[in-house]
Write a protein that binds this ligand. Sequence first.
Ligand code: SF4
Length: 686
Amino acid sequence: MAHQPGKFDEPAREPILGGPASVVETACPLDCPDACSLAVTVQHGKVVTIDGSHRNPVTDGYICAKVRKFGERVYGPDRLLYPAVRKGRKGTGQFGRVSWEEALERIASRFEAVKATHGAEAILPYSYGGSNGLLTQDNLDAQLWRRFGTSRLARTVCAAPTGAANMALYGKMASVTYQDYPSARLIVLWGVNPSASGIHLVPYVREAQKRGATLIVIDPRTTALARSADIHLPVKPGTDLAVALAIHRYLFTSGRADAAFLQAHTHGADELRDRAEPWTFERAAETAGIDRESLERVAQLYAASTPALIRCGWGLERNRNGGNAAMAILALPAVAGKFGVRGGGYSMSNSASWNIDRTWIGTPDPDTRCVNMNHLGRALTEYDDPPVQLLFVYNCNPAATVPDQGRVLRGLEREDLFTVVFEQVMTDTALYADVVLPATTFLEGYDFAKAYGPINLDLGRPVVDAVGEARSNADVFGELCSRLGLLDESEPSGELDLMVHVIDQLPAPIGADLRAGSLPAPPFGIAPVQFVDVFPNTPDRKVDLFPAALDASAPMGLYGFQPDPATEKYPLALISPASDRTISSTLGELPRPDVKLLMHPADASARGLADNDLVRMFNDLGEVHCTLSVAPSIRPGTISLPKGIWRRNTRNNTTGTALVPDSLTDLGGGACFNDARVQVTSLAVA
Ligand code: SF4
């Protein structure tokens, strides 16, 4: 039987009837900066509505439209309810229900068989932030992979270049939180669109504007915040590095660099100044395709404003220059002397603020093969030392989200590959599984929600019982460890035990607060001032503006610019920004209006295309068929398809990743989503 959503022998679910309802508090652990506190209304043991609560002050009683609809995932037709094994050709979704016992026994025996024939490194665990909490990732799963000796995974599909830059410069020092934005006199939103992701930042930016702050937005699209900005720089994708270096050059050559700060708190300023020297406003503006005067005005305003705050987003990292761009942007407040005042400095991921080093993973990382997750297609089709024989996917949907989709799908189709997908819903990847295991959602179990925008950590509690036979990551990885003889009886193995164990392992005051049901705070509070309350976590507590190791590893050296990969044949830059529909690809199974490719009127006219045309977007890697939206809200030469769409959302079952090369960023080994260069024609003509 071909997979029909929700039809693993599942009887129809009864509708929710009237009756008493209760409101249960929990927290959202999904891969979003905000980690909202939630008030979930439950009736007859089922989720009725999901809303924001006031427990986390930043949530302020409201949440995004995405998670308000999360009940449609929990009870939706795509929800996985039982373990199942493949009955037909890979990718066709033909499965038959089995018991947990049978499914886990099959998996455990395949682990042993692969180890015996090819070695444990022929097993590749594959995961990302689909369930971003501390229980569902890097916990008993890591125990299993490390103790069995599988290949390791470099989780680099997102935040790797910005993370590498933030670590090298500042040792991931805690950064300015949402609550301090209204104190800023100038805010630069660089490669970030909080209206779509991390929405609770928006009112703080608006409040700053009301108080007279200057807003600068740097983004190829005219987002809602760009429309109200004082200056919008619609840069070409991949050129943020040139723009940032031109501002550095201005700071150094105009005497606006803070010599005293540079002397006291940094090293490497001379080398940075040398690398910025060639980037005049003229050259940077031409490279970025922006107005020279506007760029100069941005530099002047930034130099002259205090407090000045740069919000460094993730859009600027997804290209060949992404790591160096993040380095140059994050270095600006050090060169301009913008620290030491509330609302001044930079704002980046605050994920490291809690100093949580996951001591609960009781086994060190083994020295086994490390596979960059952006090279999944290569790993499945080319790696032979050893070949990947068993792929275990969880918290992740690589068939839709990873570069070079065509090669990933060819790999997943391999008949000799045994694929396990442990998931909440029937994803594009699950359709290729040999064994599908149903996972609980965050509403059905415990987890720790750790914000990376505001500084907030909270315990999420089960709101309803597990749906169908879904089980938590902790339970399933614990049981697999036990079956494979990898877990001592004294070690925690179930979700509840593990939750208590994690609390015990957290820094004492944090654990005590969580046990008492209150919101913990790190020692420096939830709104630290950089260089007053927090300092770089580098070995000498100084900002390293020119780390030698990064200079050696970047293809063009540190702050070195790689030119645009566009060709005459493929001149358009495709970007895939976050949308208001999905969290990465989570919730992509829900119905949505037709997914549209956004194109500037000049590009459409040059191709004889009009609004609502069916188009073919293509390059040498693949093609995507979808509807066109023509609007001036994107710069000419750049087109945009939403991030996180599923294969079902386009006319030919591909996503934008079908056009994305699996090349890596200059620093951090990240994905170059925005380096896809394509052509677009009418589908009718094609
Ligand atoms: S996805 Fe983000 S904005 Fe939405 S509920 Fe979760 S934390 Fe809040």
